[in-house]
Design a protein around this ligand. Sequence first.
Ligand code: DGL
Length: 266
Amino acid sequence: MGTLKRLGVFDSGLGGLTVLNEICKYNTGLDVVYFGDTARVPYGSRTVETITRYAEQDVRFLLSQGVEAILIACGTVSTNCLPSLKRSFSLPIVGVIDAGCQAALKASPSKRIGVIGTRATVNSRAYEHRIHELCPEAQTWGVECPLFVPLIENGFAPEDPITEMTVERYLSAFHGTGVDTIIMGCTHYPFLAHTLQKFMPEVTFINVGKALSYGLRESFNLPQSGAPNRVSYFVSDEDTGFLDIARRYLDAVSAENVQKVNIDQF
Ligand code: DGL
């Protein structure tokens, strides 16, 4: 592949912005098309068949925008659909699993590693399988946290008592395991990073978007212009706060406008 000029990035909603924010810290002069499937979020409590159908439509929409490669900024799609998407589409497609697992193994002295994610992600055991491939003696624990995505998508602040109670409830599943590192296996979860850290201060939480951004140059042949990346934003429902949350969260990119897409057409 020649130099990549236009990259498609997608997620079920806002979560992929945490990945986008990391990749936009590197000024590569890349054109990025971001799609958040806000009409159908959350993906993580749906069947693999439904998630795959949605992901295929998301990829077809991005292809219609002329992207040359795809970054799946969604743990649920990466863990459940990456092989089938690679079979269905001929352009390069990268998910977040491998980078997240590599970073966790690097960070974990004891190789006792937790994974938090949506129900579909945890059920797939894809992060755990990859960790064991890379390090057979590692021990892993997966905990599904299905309420996190709705809390974030509905604008609950990380310090809201309901958010804190939910975090405490889910993280208590790790008590007694001795994990020293936990992969935030869903790209929405970095929005809750401070709250997660507050309840397990001794643990290293891995942001898969950050982990992935370091290796992006190896995954794709990126331009080297040094100019800021340009991002176009698309969502599948009326913009109900996407822009506000994007502006509040993104320090590396600015979201000026968001266009609506009828994803059923793809
Ligand atoms: N950001 C998605 C992920 O990484 C959220 C999944 C969902 O929509 O439930 O898994």
